[in-house]
Design a binder for this molecule. Structure first.
Ligand code: NAD
Ligand code: ZN
Length: 352
């Protein structure tokens, strides 16, 4: 099988953080010896892409500029570098946040590649999936089974993998309560479904039109609207009869993150996933000691987490709550995301 690869393609690029998002003709990148070239059909739009575009984390990790964002890309392998192993032209492949890592350091050695100091990040330090052709390190790119719906699988590549790993980090057992803060967003709507599939009971916190309905459609049991409920910790403690055994924080709210330390059950785990710019998680030390709970960070997932998260999806245990929009509408999608108006995940079609 071979594909004719054009010289130019459509994509969305910006030249400075927060600057104009330009939908235009861009050169098709050439894969390096270790890379595959993917004809991206669909890409999820993650809140991380908006943080990157705004320059929210630039003090921690410098942003590549100009930059093509996107890190939930699903498509077809159309070319590959000379040293690539394990891929064929025509295979389905996914672009993840972790585009590549050194594979030599102590973190990579133990399968914690996302913590690698030399991590190369799609849509941040490496041009990502908001273009029709993108490159990915052949070792880290996700293998997508033949016949998979590429629009639906796209959000699993970051949101799905991330929440699946975060739920593992919470170390729950079947029947435990997990609270998901930001439960009807891109990550939250998948977290609710993974949690249910893993045997947990879910209390969801979110707010705005349609969020409760989506949360319940995803299998959530008890919904708390943060725009209406005055005392969220008390409401969670009441719903769970003593506090959530685990909390997955996927809201982009510093206040919501600190509040989660007040409603976690004794001996439970607060998992930090959402990364509002400059946020601190404030936990009362007396409470944390006497309730002996943990606060843990969770950062995407490794190759095994990716394979396992994709397997839940392939078996129909989680479904993608997507709306498909043209790639050229990215500025409007970012605005709705910033206003907390999106339900589930928006996936962009790179052909429009
Ligand atoms: P999203 O915008 O789709 O969802 C966020 C949800 O939080 C929305 O539904 C919003 O209504 C809700 N929300 C806002 N304020 C709230 C509050 N006070 N209480 C409860 N809910 C509230 O965003 P997303 O794509 O799901 O990403 C969420 C966060 O996770 C972002 O900060 C993103 O960068 C981060 N993220 C982290 C990782 C990781 O590896 N740790 C991976 C992917 C994304
Ligand atoms: Zn993401």
């Amino acid at each position: 099988m071979s594909f004719e690869i054009p010289k130019t393609q459509k994509g969305v690029i910006f030249y400075e953080a927060g600057g104009k998002l330009e939908y235009k003709d861009l050169p098709v990148p050439t894969p390096k010896p270790n890379e595959i070239l993917i004809n991206v059909k669909y890409s999820g739009v993650c809140h991380t892409d908006l943080h990157a575009y705004k320059g929210d984390w630039a003090d921690h990790v410098p942003l590549k500029l100009p930059l093509i964002g996107g890190h939930e890309g699903a498509g077809v392998v159309v070319a590959m570098g000379a040293s690539v192993k394990g891929w064929k032209i025509g295979d389905l492949a996914g672009i993840k946040w972790l585009n590549g890592s050194c594979m030599n350091c102590e973190y990579c050695e133990l399968g914690n590649e996302s913590n690698c100091k030399h991590a190369d990040l799609s849509g941040y330090t490496h041009d990502g999936s908001f273009q029709q052709y993108a490159t990915a390190d052949a070792v880290q790119a996700a293998k997508i089974p033949k016949g998979t719906d590429l629009a639906e699988v796209a959000p699993i590549l970051c949101a799905g993998v991330t929440v699946y790993k975060a739920l593992k980090t919470a170390e729950l057992i079947a029947g435990d309560w997990v609270a998901i803060s930001g439960a009807a967003g891109g990550l939250g709507s998948l977290a609710t479904q993974y949690a249910k599939a893993m045997g947990y009971r879910v209390v969801g916190i979110d707010g705005g039109e349609g969020k409760k309905e989506l949360f319940e459609k995803c299998g959530g049991e008890y919904f708390i609207d943060y725009t209406k409920e005055k005392d969220i910790p008390a409401a969670v403690v009441k719903a769970t009869n003593g506090g959530a055994h685990g909390v997955i924080n996927v809201s982009v709210s510093e206040k919501a993150i600190s509040a989660s330390t007040e409603y976690v059950r004794a001996n439970g785990t607060v998992v930090l996933v959402g990364m509002p710019s400059g946020a601190k998680c404030i936990s009362d030390v007396f409470d944390q000691v006497s309730k002996s709970f943990k606060v843990a960070g969770s950062y995407v997932g490794n190759r095994a987490d990716t394979r396992q998260a994709l397997d839940f999806f392939a078996r129909g245990l989680v479904r993608s709550p997507i709306t498909i929009e043209p790639l050229s509408d990215l500025p409007e999608i970012y605005q709705k995301m910033a206003d907390n108006k999106l339900l589930g995940r928006v996936v962009v079609d790179t052909s429009k």
